[in-house]
Design a protein around this ligand. Structure first.
Ligand SMILES: Cc1ncc(COP(=O)(O)O)c(C=O)c1O
Length: 418
């Protein structure tokens, strides 16, 4: 139950109240050391065989975060032309980018092909489209292994009830289309879901893909997807994903496969959340406290436009309270049940319901933990609100503005007001 931000000196000596005053709230604040540490961990999951972790940049596409990914030796996966463009701008060479798309136009696919980026095709139709614009080319196919897993049905990305991938029964059709367009299937990939703290579902999916891989000859790579989880309940001492044990069990499965397949293709994974979630928090201001029908509401400026995960997935984010620059301790005994909400015109605009927190006062800051993944990248301008700024606490303790707050001029620049 000890404060996370104090225990690890999250702000590295910077006063969060000063950060809030200087850059305004709501404010995303990242910690470079944490991001580097997590990225380094995923880069070294497999050491015995050729291995690459692709940073799944949908989680956080801030340019500075992408640069850290490059420096820690990660490749990256992209879902859209925008993500490919961001990765190229950050300095990823095309051979370090994997485009895992679904339901895209020929033009978007052509952008990848023209830039020498490997494409993963997610349906037989998309494979045909790829063949028709790039006859004789090489590509990967995304397999839906028939089972998925994850913390919420909306993040289960394989199995009978999701839109993703090509099912195992259609593998013969993959070979037919490949022959028709003279395509070389150089890789297979999957992504079964997200936020595994227990590695078992991921490892079961590894077994499944390796079994399927036996049907493909001369694979250059096999990509097992992402999903490693983080302890969102860290104030209650939730356990971390055991990367060492995972690494041993993962390697043992690859040992068996390599012996049977006769060679070791490049093995890949696509972690996103694990790399950046814990290295990001949101500072928000408390503007109103009221009671409605016995429920105490703490009204803040961290609306669902700033962090959508709680309203979209019922996700839990630990929250710490900061008053005059210091964390208000839970040990002090003055706790109460409150519902923390934002400033958006939706009754679902709730960060947490009936949460036991230290007694909150007007003008306090809330610090929403584990917001580095699927935080800013899912921001919106709903209610015509401006997207927040992002600050990076660098390894030397500097608070560096890495994306300025949006302005109304930015927003209005899209319209023709004449
Ligand atoms: C294809 C693909 N790869 C990787 C990821 C990253 O997953 P995670 O952030 O859980 O590691 C996702 C997330 O949706 C995904 O769709």
């Amino acid at each position: 139950m000890r404060s996370f931000i104090e225990r690890i000196d999250y702000f590295k000596g910077n006063d969060p109240e000063e950060l809030a005053k200087k850059f305004g709230t709501p404010l995303y604040v990242y910690n470079e050391d944490i991001i580097r540490d997590r990225m380094t961990k995923v880069a070294n999951v497999i050491t015995k065989y050729p291995y690459r972790a692709n940073y799944s940049c949908k989680t956080n596409t801030n340019l500075s975060v992408l640069k850290i990914a490059i420096e820690t030796g990660l490749n990256a996966d992209a879902m859209s032309e925008g993500e490919m463009r961001m990765l190229l701008k950050a300095g990823f060479t095309p051979d370090r980018i994997f485009y895992v798309c679904n339901n895209v136009s020929a033009d978007e696919m052509k952008f990848a092909i023209d830039n020498g980026i490997t494409v993963s095709l997610d349906s037989l139709d998309q494979l045909k489209l790829f063949g028709s614009i790039n006859r004789g080319g090489s590509c990967s196919v995304r397999i839906n292994p028939g089972v998925g897993a994850g913390h919420h049905e909306k993040v289960v990305t394989a199995g009978k009830k999701t839109k993703f991938g090509i099912s195992e029964e259609d593998i013969d059709s993959i070979f037919k289309i490949a022959a028709e367009y003279d395509l070389k299937i150089t890789g297979i990939n999957q992504h079964v879901g997200s936020q595994f703290l227990d590695p078992a579902p991921f490892l079961a999916a590894v077994d499944n893909l390796l079994r399927i891989a036996m049907r493909f000859k001369d694979l250059e790579f096999i990509d097992f997807g992402g999903g490693y989880g983080i302890p969102y309940h860290k104030l209650d001492d939730e356990k971390e994903f055991d990367m060492d044990q995972f690494s041993r069990e993962f390697t043992a499965k690859l040992d068996r496969f390599v012996a049977e397949y006769g060679s070791a293709p490049l093995f890949k994974s696509e972690p996103g959340r694990f790399c950046v979630a814990e290295g990001g928090v949101i500072l928000g201001r408390v503007y109103s406290i009221k009671e409605n029908s016995g429920i105490k509401y703490v009204g803040t400026d961290v609306g669902m436009n700033v962090l959508v995960r709680p309203s979209m997935y019922d996700s839990w984010h630990d929250i710490e309270i900061i008053r005059n620059g210091s964390v208000v301790g839970r040990e002090d005994g003055l706790m109460e049940k409150v519902t923390v909400c934002g400033n958006i015109c939706e009754s679902g605009d709730v960060l947490c319901k009936d949460r036991e927190l230290p007694v909150v006062k007007d003008d306090d800051l809330i610090c929403v933990l584990d917001a580095g993944a699927y935080g800013y990248s899912m921001c919106s301008s709903y209610n015509t609100r401006l997207r927040p700024a992002e600050v990076l606490i660098t390894s030397d303790g500097t608070a560096k503005l890495i994306r300025r707050r949006e302005t109304f001029d930015d927003m209005f620049a899209l319209y023709d007001f004449t």
